[in-house]
Write a protein that binds this ligand. Sequence first.
Ligand code: AMP
Length: 544
Amino acid sequence: MLFREFSAICEQLEGISGRLEMIDLISRRLPSLSDEELPVFVRFIMGRIFPDWSPQKLGIGPNLLYEGVAYVVGTKKDSVVETINRTGEAGKAVELLLAGKEQTSFFSEDLDLVTVYHEFEKIAGTGGKKSQREKLLVVRKLLANASPLEGRYLARIMLEDLRIGVGEGNIREAVARAFGIDSSIVEHAVQALNDLGHVAQLAKSGESALREVHVSPFRPVKMMLAQQGSIVSAIEENGAIAAEYKYDGSRFQFHRQGGLSRLYSRKLEDVTNALPDVLRILNESTSHDIILDGEVIAIKDGKPLPFQAVLRRFRRKHGISEMQEEVMLTPNVFDILYLDGETLIDLPLSERRKHLETAVISHVAPQLVSNDPAVVGDFYHTALDTGHEGIMIKALASPYTPGMRGKNWLKVKPEVDTLDLAVVGAEWGEGKRAHYFGTFLLACQEEGQLIPLSKVATGFSDEQLAEAYDLLHDKIISQSGKEVRFEPELVFEVGYSELQLSPNYPAGFALRFPRFVRIRDDKDTTEIETLSSIRERYQRQSKS
Ligand code: AMP
């Protein structure tokens, strides 16, 4: 498939708002794609480049892209930024700039979908001192051969924000429809393989290929997630349940095969090198080929330290041995997904727990099984007294469903009025804070779209503002006066005193007295609060 055709499909999809129409259009295109094209098409159309399990990162920030565009159209980077500010978005700006450049089509080659992917692989593979320069050369080459419309989508894919509103659910549905397979089978395969592109390729060869998928070491799967719940209603619904402490640390997935082992963070980044102590403990706890799920906490004088201490260790690239002495990390393992060639995710929790207890000899999180609310209540209070966040309640019959947030895992903790929101913009600070961002614009999500909800300007220490600046300054997409917009990547946890209805923000709500609590860089923007859960909170608040 030519990239020109792909761009035309994107443009068509951009003009459609109906979900069914989108699914129909995509599903009609999939069967004619080759085995090589299918995974690339499917990932690109979701605005992604590499499989979700892959640690590969394109690593092109807005700055590098704008520099590439400036070179190709023969202008200055400032005027690229100015066009983006005018059009409000990088894709349209690149399209406009390419349309305005002199025709050099005599030299240009047709861009092919798979070739574009290989060029991106090249970009992701460059490292070391000269990598920025090498990346820039590839960006320039791609843009030099692109038509204006292709430029629109190349730019957006490079920023991993396609803005055509086709979420993963719609593509899953389109794959199911294209190859006549039940969508629950497609969904299960996506959970195990963590790459809808690969799943589409298998779907083409038939349903049996999809039914036989396995999880495999060194291909991390998404973490199973929890929703809020209560002890009494969980027991009413399930009878006996499993309860564990809710550790306030950072999630990890441990993979081991043939004596090699690696650790992944909640965002599935490879954090092996930052956590040699955790790796050693886990390697001593098991000698099996295995995939484990758990939470790392920091301990000092027998009590857990605040979560921020753990995150600092996850992020660390230098001085790791000194940090190990300062902050001691301990893993708590609570689930097992794979053991010696067998995929375990479809077994009930009670069965997985048996495997876990035989295969791992230490650091397994204690588990209480009970149908008595008083007994579970005591366990909850012990958890709080010993410095944990609360408890997790899990349905004994439930499979491990990667990436899913459902009733099978419930978190029970004291109600706190905080929300995890995406940082989508900011205003530069004033006075001694003029070199940092001072006020941040935050958004919640609904159906894959980010919806602004509040600003936050208080609660920051100077150190936290400096940290936020470090994490955000090369994510600026556009700037107008004192206001900037970011490529949405960072998540803040913010506290508030009350939710209010408000016409000032697209979400229709605003936070009263919003206050920064912490940076949640263990979470990505797909994990932030949804608008519907904020509506529910508002209703609960009105009732109380
Ligand atoms: P939250 O981040 O508030 O949505 O709570 C869910 C998170 O609690 C999970 O993603 C884990 O990182 C963490 N957690 C701590 N202890 C457990 C446990 N025993 N089982 C599952 N998740 C846990």
